[in-house]
Design a protein around this ligand. Structure first.
Ligand code: ASP
Length: 624
């Protein structure tokens, strides 16, 4: 290793101040949180640029650099022991990290003139080469003061959000170092504040300071950097003890183990073992063409109330009083509360009537809120919104984000609270089988795809209806067809082969389904891409009753089909296929129609003295 540069954060701060054209943006002493560095303002940072390094000396091969911004807000990871208690140590993190070879390759930095290339060299470090020939260059933005996360407030969430927005285009990913105590709140809050996110934001920290001999900080920081620098996971995540979780699904579950967090209702987004395995199916995507933005505003008139046996009405009244605008009621089991407490329920109802949004979340670590019990239904009746499987942390932060949208009406805010905005809750699967007989099927798909507006929902519905309706027709499931119809879908829509549900039902001979579809306006004249009508399909599969019904409804063969029918009739007659002949008769074909060599079925029946066939061919078929 070449000589290591040992610089302090105060050096970086001076540089940042010098670079800043308008001086410091530190706030006054009463501000809870100060973003100490001010780089970027009035300067043109080169951070986030990818250098293609060619021929930089034997030890350094051509490689690509990706840039990660590490926002250090504090927490145990950077704390030191002072007078027997752990406290954040200012101006120490960068200096100490530079001494750890797994966190900084000074040799590479010198040989590639890294410090000349990037702004803010004192706070920029580079990891050793990753497997895929990449270098993760990361810059640490130390906050001042560094905080124990128990001291953090919603204002601090906004500060972090604003810094992510400020440097969004300069970095490929973001890591936020944070205390574990309130990390689940901050990651939830940031997930809502960050709209149309396309880059990873990963919160991490540790249970033991990174400077101690045996600690979890190094592994956590390394994992977070590796993921933020290598994978475009467009979410606010929380990385801890080899697992990457969705930020708004996580909760702190242990204060004494390295496995401090869990995501009770959603599997991890990544497992970091010998390889980093990203569970791409679980990764949430923004489904948007809009630019990234941060809404740092929060409404602080929100609260959490945990129900317990014997809770007094006075407690509930005190909790719900103005200026409270939103509350999370932590209920029992699947969202239950005593239904023998009219006093309590009346207070909840009064609050929702005057516009307080109250979310019903379960006290259980795992599971969802659903109206299985009478004790759960009473809360719905009192105007509470089921929070499904949202964590209380996520529900609270969602409330403060939604309630800060002062331009929205109360109804719109309630609607947003019910929507799955950032993957914070699972689709409403309560009691639903994922089957076509469930009218919520498409809703569930829409929820999973994060579809919220009416037009998008209709587009999805229309795209999915034909194959679903055809599949329901195939199995003769009228209830499923009814459910699809109830969603406002047109049962005459055709699939990729131009086939309507009526075609399919006609093929299968499902008489009742055919009746139902005809009653819903399905067209007997629709032709699929092979030119076939439902009538031709029913004839082909010899469903006599369906052919009759279709004929009664006005189905008929075209003039050309009738003309060309002679050849088919003749060959059916030649093979003595009475049922086949009957289909054509029912379809309205004249049995004396000649085939390609002018022979007719009737002449053949006569020549072979087939009386039964002669009788059939001489009858006028009945449809009734
Ligand atoms: N009290 C610390 C904090 O949340 C605990 C930790 O970081 O693990 O900041």
């Amino acid at each position: 290793m070449a000589e290591m540069k040992s610089t302090s954060v105060s050096d970086m701060t001076s540089l940042a101040r010098a670079l800043s054209s308008s001086g410091s943006h530190e706030r006054d002493q009463n501000d809870e949180f100060h973003s100490q560095t001010n780089f970027g303002r009035g300067s043109v940072p080169h951070l986030g640029r990818k250098r293609k390094l060619m021929g930089c000396g034997n030890a350094v091969h051509s490689c690509e650099e990706v840039c990660v911004l590490v926002i250090n807000t504090g927490g145990t990871i950077g704390m030191t022991l002072k007078d027997g208690v752990l406290e954040p140590e200012p101006n120490a993190f960068v200096k100490n990290l530079k001494k750890l070879i797994m966190f900084h390759d000074e040799d590479y930095a010198q040989k590639t003139k890294l410090y000349d290339y990037y702004d803010f060299p004192e706070s920029t470090l580079v990891l050793p080469m990753c497997k895929d020939n990449k270098r993760i260059v990361y810059t640490i933005l130390d906050y001042n003061p560094l905080l124990d996360s128990s001291n953090m407030t919603p204002k601090d969430w906004g500060t972090i959000g604003k810094d992510i927005e400020k440097y969004y285009e300069k970095y490929d990913g973001f890591v936020v170092l944070h205390g574990t105590d309130t990390m689940a709140y901050t990651s939830s809050a940031l997930s809502f504040m960050c709209e149309h996110q396309g880059k990873p934001v990963i919160l991490t920290g540790s249970q033991v300071p990174i400077y101690e001999m045996r600690n979890d900080g190094r592994g956590n920081l390394m994992g977070a950097l590796m993921i933020a620098g290598q994978f475009y996971i467009p979410e606010v995540c929380l990385y801890f003890n080899n697992k990457l979780y969705r930020g708004n699904r996580s909760t702190k579950v242990d204060s004494g183990r390295f496995h401090a967090f869990c995501s009770p209702n959603l599997g991890p987004l990544a497992d970091v073992e010998v390889d980093i395995k990203i569970n791409w199916d679980t990764v949430w995507r923004p489904n948007t063409t809009e630019r990234f933005r941060v809404r740092p505003e929060v409404n602080r008139n929100v609260g959490l109330l945990r129900l317990f046996p014997g809770i007094t009405t006075q407690t509930v009244i005190a909790f719900l009083q103005s200026p409270l605008e939103g509350a999370v009621l932590e209920t029992y089991g699947s969202g239950n509360a005593p239904d023998n407490r009219p006093d309590l329920l009346a207070e909840l109802k009064k609050a929702t009537d005057r516009g307080v949004i109250i979310m019903n979340c379960t006290q259980c670590l795992r599971g969802t809120v659903n109206p299985t019990y009478a004790t759960g239904k009473v809360l719905m009746d009192a105007g509470l919104i089921p929070g499904r499987d949202m964590t209380p942390e996520a529900a609270l932060c969602k409330l403060s984000y939604v309630l800060a949208r002062t331009e929205l009406s109360l109804e719109d805010k309630k609607k947003m609270m019910k929507q799955n905005l950032r993957g914070e809750m699972s689709a409403d699967l309560a009691g639903a089988k994922l089957s076509m007989s469930d009218s919520r099927f498409i809703q569930v798909i829409a929820n999973t795809l994060s579809i919220s507006c009416k037009e998008e929902l209709e587009a999805i519905r229309d795209a999915l209806t034909p194959p679903l309706a055809c599949a329901a027709s195939k199995i003769g499931d009228i209830d499923a067809l009814k459910a699809i119809r109830e969603m406002g879908s047109d049962l005459s829509l055709v699939d990729y082969d131009g086939r309507s549900p009526l075609h399919v039902a006609a093929c299968e001979g499902h008489l009742e389904v055919v009746k139902y579809l005809l009653g819903q306006g399905a067209s007997v004249h629709a032709r699929d891409r092979f030119g076939n009508t439902p009538l031709r399909n029913a004839m082909h599969f010899r469903h006599k009753e369906v052919v009759r019904l279709l004929r009664r409804t006005g189905a008929h063969l075209s003039t050309d089909e009738r003309k060309e029918a002679g050849t088919d009739l003749y060959s059916l007659a030649a093979s003595g296929d009475l049922v086949g002949l009957e289909m054509w008769m029912l379809a309205g074909v004249d049995p004396s129609t000649p085939g390609y060599d002018s022979q007719t079925a009737i002449s053949l029946a006569k020549a072979t003295e087939n009386l039964e066939m002669m009788k059939l061919l001489s009858q006028i078929p009945e449809f009734e």
